[in-house]
Design a protein around this ligand. Structure first.
Ligand code: NDP
Length: 318
């Protein structure tokens, strides 16, 4: 790292809908954004097939295509999109201070403002059969993919608020939802549990885990195991939804940015401001509740507007 650090006006870390929307707004406001894409350019949507719920695509769009289009739109206004991963940060606590960010462990940049859009990663069980069938009927987002299983039998794993909410969402669309909870109780709030237990087409199984997801190319069924009795049972399903939580991608910000107990970045009120002046957060990295492409894009826009206002204030102070 002998080179002098590069000076960047607006650094955007992450290239999902939040990062690219921030880039579109920042570029149009002449904030000279540079986007570092991270390890998964395009973010979580590149692992989805069809996106049917992003406004403006009446026929739907496949996730990777939508992300390429968002990148092109950001580049049209002059965004500099680079492949690279932020590996360390040293944020300035002073308003107007420069923020030091290390890229790929070997390059340093100094940014006037930083927009963090590093997203969150869905947790999976890690079973070989589950991993093999990701994209072939195994999904971590019922709101994204549930519609493809309309009228069919599906299963969902998890006992938290997300699993409860997604189980009831699926129950509205699908014929039957088998819900697998590994303990003898759910972690979800009482109100959410009540919604699950009062939905007739949710078959709730406590103390139950997946032994194997069945099917070669697509999900055809599930072998479940009762972890108290060891008893196994096979059911036929076409879709399996994993709802066992997400991990926000915030490890490099620990100790510098305020986070909640689960590691999500905390933002101030309705804004995207973090506890460091000039550092903003948008998308799933600061939202464990909605987690949609369209809400991520919305907060990306907000972050660019917040960054623009911040830069205008410090320019006035200088
Ligand atoms: P949680 O961490 O709250 O719950 C994860 C669930 O998955 C738990 O039931 C856990 O079981 C189970 N689980 C974890 N690992 C495995 C595994 N390997 N095999 C089987 N089951 C497993 O995650 P959520 O995504 O549900 O919620 C995250 C946060 O977001 C929470 O604070 C929640 O309240 C909030 N939220 C709020 C919503 C709302 O207010 N509308 C909607 C959605 C989320 P166990 O209990 O045994 O550990």
């Amino acid at each position: 790292m002998s080179e002098a650090p590069e000076h960047i006006k607006t650094l955007i870390i992450g290239s999902g809908p939040a990062g690219y929307t921030a880039a579109i707004y920042a570029a149009r406001a002449d904030l000279k954004p540079v986007v570092y894409t991270g390890l998964e350019p395009g973010g979580q949507l590149t692992t989805t097939t069809e996106v049917d719920n992003f406004p403006g695509y009446p026929e739907g769009v496949d996730g990777p295509t939508m992300m390429v289009q968002l990148q092109q739109q950001a580049e049209r206004f002059g965004t500099d999109v680079r492949i690279g991963m932020a590996t360390a940060v040293g944020f300035s606590k002073e308003s107007g201070g420069l923020h030091r960010v290390t890229i790929d462990d070997n390059k340093e940049v100094l940014a006037e403002t930083v927009i963090i859009s590093t997203g969150a990663t869905a947790k999976y069980l890690g079973l070989p059969s589950e991993q093999r069938l990701r994209g072939g009927g195994v999904s971590a987002c019922a709101v994204c993919d549930g519609f493809f299983y309309k009228g069919q039998d599906v299963a969902i794993v998890g006992g938290g608020d997300t699993a409860a909410e997604e189980a009831t969402y699926l129950a509205n669309i699908c014929n039957k939802v088998t819900m697998l909870v590994r303990k003898d109780q759910m972690r979800a709030s009482k109100a959410m549990q009540h919604r699950v237990t009062s939905t007739p087409n949710i078959d709730l199984r406590y103390n139950t885990e997946i032994d194997e997801v069945l099917g070669d190319m697509v999900v055809e069924g599930l072998r479940m195991v009762n972890n108290q009795t060891g008893e196994k049972e096979e059911i036929a399903i076409t879709g399996l939804f994993i709802a066992i939580g997400h991990k926000p991608n915030t490890d490099i910000f620990k100790g510098q940015l305020d986070m909640d107990d689960a590691g999500y970045l905390v933002t101030e009120g309705k804004s995207t401001k973090t506890n460091i002046p000039g550092v903003f957060a948008s998308g799933d990295v600061q939202d464990k509740e909605y987690r949609q492409a369209v809400t991520a894009a919305g907060t990306g826009c907000m972050a660019a507007l917040d960054a623009e206002r911040y830069l205008a204030t410090i320019e006035t102070l200088v």
